[in-house]
Write a protein of this length. Structure first.
Length: 249
């Protein structure tokens, strides 16, 4: 199976800059080595989905409201995203858990709302440096998964991708080791096995994210149990990211 490569642009790129990026990426992407989802800001979604239409490039959003519709100032609904050509949404990113105080409960509600509206979720989990230093990594990620997928039916998991992103590895230039990632993938699949089934634990897509770059990508994405990667900083460099997506080993 092809690997899944996800680019999270975070709060970068104006719509005009996204236009230039997508023109370049869509025309350069071969789709031979990987599936790609690009997640620009909300405001860039219309131009991104227009330019990606009919290509192999899929569009994702970086956030979604837990509410369906109504008096929720500043929120963007799953239905709006779907209508704008969005296929995936990132939920539970550590930047949202930490700075915007998103709880496991809220994340669970966002996942349910997104799935109900036909969006796929890239559900992020990962331990902090303190968790890691106190030996709590597996306990923390187990808890995040159990709470995040609470109440989902097994068939709904087909639309959920779990991204293991240790908080200490995000934007720090300090990626996790192959062994760390392999062990985390094992724990993730074990939790899904215990909550669902052997089949679900095998089928669920698991990504690694955190300071991925052209040098470490091959080793980290080919470690056992890993189906792809979630890229932040490097995904903003269109040529570097195209190179990764087109030439993944
Ligand atoms: P990074 O971000 O690649 O810049 O570390 C990854 C992420 O936050 O998804």
């Amino acid at each position: 199976m092809k690997k899944l490569i996800v680019g999270n642009f975070k709060m970068n790129q104006t719509p005009e800059e996204s236009k230039a990026y997508f023109m370049r990426f869509v025309s350069g992407f071969t789709g031979n080595r990987a599936d790609v989802v690009l997640c620009p800001s909300f405001l860039s979604l219309p131009v991104a989905s227009f330019l990606a239409k009919g290509s192999l490039v899929k569009i994702g959003a970086q956030n979604v409201s837990d509410e369906e519709e109504g008096a929720f100032t500043g929120e963007v609904s799953a239905k709006m995203l779907k209508n704008a050509g969005v296929e995936y949404v990132i939920v539970g990113h550590s930047e949202r858990r930490n700075k915007y105080k998103e709880t496991d409960k809220l994340i669970n509600k966002k996942i349910k709302t997104a799935l109900k509206n036909g969006l796929k979720c890239i559900f992020c989990i990962g331990e902090s440096l303190t968790d890691r230093n106190t030996g709590k990594t597996f306990e923390v990620i187990r808890h995040q998964i159990e709470e995040g997928v609470r109440g989902l039916y097994e068939n709904e998991l087909e639309s959920v991708v779990i991204a293991y992103e240790p908080v200490w590895a995000i934007g720090t230039g300090q990626n996790a080791s192959v062994k760390d990632v392999e062990n985390a993938a094992k724990v993730i699949r074990k939790v899904i096995f215990e909550s669902y089934s052997e089949k679900a634990s095998r089928d669920i897509q698991v990504l690694y994210g955190g300071s991925l770059n052209e040098k470490n990508v091959a080793a980290l994405l080919n470690c056992p149990g890993i189906d792809g990667g979630l890229f932040g900083k490097i995904s903003l460099n269109v040529n570097a990211f195209l190179d990764i997506a087109n030439n993944l080993k």
